[in-house]
Design a protein around this ligand. Structure first.
Ligand code: MEV
Length: 317
């Protein structure tokens, strides 16, 4: 049954621990952000159109187009099995190419709006499959963590191909998220790591194992409310990611500034090669100090307590 209009929203995310190794079947811990993307769909007489703000773009599905968004929409229409033509007006409230899952959030919001319009209900597993068809266009070989978090939000344990598991933390996690302002391409860094893995599978396998052990310990630390250990695990995870050459000079500077300002630990988050870093703090004044230290480098930062953004500087999108 087609309604007059359909609505969809989806979360952005931060990966706390386990990016990249999650592509190879190891666990990751991620948290949904309270902002992400939203979309509204209405029937369209002749062709399907997707308009995205603030990007100022409008596309119609075409699997052979140059523009990724055009191909992603075509892949989603195909995977979703939508027969009707629709117009979707979407908004992304996250910076693109920053490692905060903007493409997955946009895809899930679009899917939800059109499904809502057309009266289609899907299980989370089906929704993940449809939104992954979209995400593959942007990221080549996504683990699915961004999409699973866009669908579910909250704080979760994710293993590729498995449903997410909710994690219940003992203490709130107050993170400072700093945006390097350097655009990152997850497709490129995932490709870089894949080349290192192909060249030396044994060495990279050991690195991934080490990260997996950090992630398992991270879960225990979150469940015990042991923020000091969790911060140390952030630092260890970052060292292994930097060893894969996916950090940047700017991210290193921001991470060092956060640690010097009293962060319990800090690391890059998401694909790396630019994008965002996260720092774990004790909350309150300590978060404000770390945020100030990142801003003193001329970078935007905001404080997120798992599940809700407390304060922010400037417009994140
Ligand atoms: C991107 O947010 C996280 C990566 O692990 C890629 C993926 O899981 O698809 C780098």
């Amino acid at each position: 049954m087609t309604r007059a209009g359909g609505e969809g929203v989806a979360s952005g995310k931060v990966i706390l621990l386990g990016e990249h190794s999650v592509v190879y079947g190891h666990p990751a811990i991620a948290a949904g952000l309270p902002r992400g993307a939203s979309a509204r769909a209405v029937p369209s007489a002749d062709r399907t159109v997707l308009a995205v703000e603030p990007w100022g773009v409008e596309v119609s599905p075409d699997p052979a187009a140059d523009k990724s968004l055009t191909r992603a929409l075509a892949a989603m229409v195909e995977a979703a099995g939508w027969k009707d033509t629709v117009r979707v007006d979407a908004r992304v409230d996250l910076p693109g190419g920053s490692g905060l899952g903007s493409s997955a959030a946009l895809g899930v919001a679009v899917m939800r709006a059109v499904d809502d319009l057309l009266g289609i209900q899907r299980s989370d597993a089906e929704a993940l499959e449809v939104s992954l068809a979209w995400e593959r266009v942007f990221h080549g070989n996504p683990s699915g963590v961004d999409n699973a978090m866009a669908i579910a939000g909250g704080l979760a344990w994710y293993v590729r191909g498995q449903p997410i598991e909710r994690i219940r933390g003992r203490a709130p996690l107050t993170l400072v998220i700093g945006d390097s302002g350097e655009p990152c391409s997850t497709m490129i860094t995932v490709g870089d790591v894949a080349r290192q893995h192909a060249a030396d599978p044994e060495r990279m396998g050991k690195q991934f194992e080490a990260i997996a052990s950090i992630v398992r310990n991270g879960r225990l630390a979150i469940e015990r409310g042991d923020l000091v250990s969790l911060g140390q695990l952030f630092d260890m995870n970052h060292a292994l990611l930097a060893g894969m050459l996916i950090s940047t000079g700017t991210l290193e500077e921001m991470i060092a500034a956060a640690r010097n300002a009293g962060a319990l630990g800090a690391k890059l988050t998401g694909g790396g090669g630019g994008g965002c870093m996260i720092a774990l703090t004790d909350g309150g004044e300590s978060a404000a100090r770390v945020k100030g230290a990142i801003e003193a480098l001329g970078k935007r930062a905001f404080v997120a307590t798992i599940g809700s953004i407390d304060s922010e500087s400037g417009d994140l999108a």
